[in-house]
Design a protein around this ligand. Structure first.
Ligand code: NFE
Length: 516
């Protein structure tokens, strides 16, 4: 038996360590650790509830806006304001949130995970002397893609022509990520860490030139998603078709509803559905009261699994049976994966949205896949691209519904006592904020992020978390080049910074890989 240790995994957000026990070329057990403690929930205690919207966004640099949405939703729930937000406020929130998600998905495919499939040495072999591509090749070869994997050991399969096409889209993706930042700043005041999402609505004054500034950039973003991102995902999925069956994980999905949409004149429906999928093709609604966090193998003081409404964050760095700063969220005590597959499938199965139904079916037929293939490494990449496409399509509708000059906020009076829950579908999946206010101050604040669901350690019953389950049974080469592990883990788009919610680091801060 061999133990493979990757600490930290690079090209992800935050600090994550993988330990895998390998026998005869197959992973028999895996431990996933979030190696950084942060403690944002502790920092929030005792503060004015309005601080939560600004401070909780600092949990992360790649998904602050979903944190802002979840946080204001908790404040508004606590103040009885949920149904009173003006239409412009709802629409601007949808647009800020959607722009972040589309941009995050593009960033993930090209910049974070693309190099698991694209051979830097082939960049610029086809198509002559493109200076940008040559510079990109140098950049990739000299460092960014290299920290621990010798490239000649990776089974790169894209031909030179496709490699160069995807690489040129890598460069375009950087430009579009900047444009997306401009788009979200138009309504959100700034990016990252939006300043305009406030309890009661959105404080940015809406003018028609802001709507137009948003729309022309959206056209470019949508064009890229439809004509570069999706075709590139199809090309990679075709070349790596075995990865449509690799990295299945726990195959139970959980999603929160998001992006309010109108039915019968009221914003009481959502574009993205919330719910559970336990058997393929079977959708169930969910009850938030059934969520608990287990800390059996996390560096927190022992307690029975608690619903976040009564959750505790009491660090215990010396706990011997612990191996992660991430807690273990469970639903009815069971393990669920969250993320683009769950949002896409919950929406596909429970909503009457022909756009969603059509693009999922067409895309699966393009890669000769079935719905069950979504439970895989390539299924996660494809779902992400499809969610980006769906959000581009609906963002245009929302932007055209905005009414310049009309109000976007309603008055919010902070309550002295109360509880509130705010849920959002973040780029990596289900995000929840639980707030308790006493004497006008936050007495408890608990956050469960998507990456906490997915990267959670084993629970009190010994059930491995979704990343761990996706690794157990994985065939890896006996060489010292565990690209299979990296492909599986990166397919979830980890954000450990979010999952551990800037204080002390356990482990290494530079890329390191070893077999012991
Ligand atoms: Ni830090 Fe996040 C997203 C949230 S965490 S990126 O998406 O919430 O998984």
């Amino acid at each position: 038996m061999k133990k493979i240790v990757i600490d930290p995994i690079t090209r992800i957000e935050g600090h994550l360590k993988v330990e895998a026990i390998v026998d005869n070329g197959e992973i028999k057990d895996a431990n996933i650790s979030g190696t950084l403690f942060r403690g944002m929930e502790i920092i929030l205690k005792g503060r004015d509830p309005r601080d939560a919207v600004l401070l909780s966004q600092r949990i992360c640099g790649v998904c602050p806006e979903p944190h802002a949405i979840a946080s204001v939703s908790a404040l508004e729930d606590c103040a009885g304001l949920t149904d009173k937000i003006p239409e412009n406020g709802i629409l601007m929130r949808n647009l800020i949130h959607a722009t972040r998600t589309i941009a995050d998905h593009i960033l993930h495919f090209y910049i974070l995970s693309g190099l698991d499939y694209i051979d830097p040495s082939k960049v610029s072999e086809y198509g002559g002397n493109n200076l940008d591509l040559n510079n990109l090749k140098l950049f990739l070869e000299q460092g960014y893609s290299k920290p621990f994997l010798p490239h000649d050991e990776i089974d790169y399969r894209l031909d030179a022509r496709t490699t160069n096409e995807v690489a040129s889209h890598y460069l375009k993706a950087l430009d579009l990520y900047r444009k997306a930042q401009e788009m979200a700043s138009i309504f959100g005041g700034k990016w990252p860490h939006d300043s305009a999402i406030v309890a009661g609505g959105v404080s940015e004054r809406l003018t028609s030139d802001k709507i137009h500034s948003y729309l022309w950039r959206l056209d470019e973003l949508e064009d890229f998603v439809k004509n570069c991102y999706l075709p590139d995902v199809f090309a990679v999925a075709e070349a790596y078709s075995d990865y449509l069956g690799i990295g299945k994980g726990c195959q139970k999905l959980l999603a929160y509803q998001s992006y309010k949409v109108k039915t019968n004149g009221h914003y009481n429906d959502s574009l993205i559905a919330g719910g559970l999928i336990e058997d393929i093709d079977k959708y169930k609604s969910l009850d938030i009261g059934n969520i608990t966090e287990d800390v059996m193998h996390s560096w927190y003081k022992d307690s029975s699994p608690l619903n976040p409404e009564n959750g505790l964050t009491e660090p215990d760095a010396r706990k011997s049976e612990a191996y992660s700063w991430i807690k273990s969220p469970r639903y009815n005590g069971e393990v669920y994966e969250t993320g683009p597959i769950s949002s896409l499938l919950a929406t596909y199965l429970s909503k009457d949205n022909t756009f969603v139904k059509d693009i999922l079916k067409t895309s699966l037929s393009k890669i000769n896949g079935k719905i069950s293939n979504l439970y895989s490494v390539m299924g996660r990449h494809l779902s992400r691209a499809l969610v980006a496409n769906i959000l581009c399509h609906h963002s245009k509708i929302w932007a055209l519904d905005l009414e310049a000059g009309e109000p976007a906020t309603t008055e919010y009076v902070p309550p002295m006592e109360g509880k509130g829950i705010g849920l959002a579908s973040a780029p990596r999946g289900a995000l929840g904020h639980w707030l308790t206010v006493k004497d006008g101050r936050i007495s408890n604040y608990q956050v469960i992020t998507p990456t906490a669901w997915n990267a959670s350690p084993k629970d009190k019953d010994g059930n491995p978390g979704p990343y761990e389950q996706a690794l157990i049974g994985l065939k890896v080469k006996e060489s010292e080049s565990p690209v299979e592990i990296l492909r599986v883990i990166r397919s979830f788009d980890p954000c450990t910074a979010c999952a551990v919610h800037v204080v002390t680091a356990k482990g290494n801060l530079v890329g390191k890989y070893k077999v012991v």
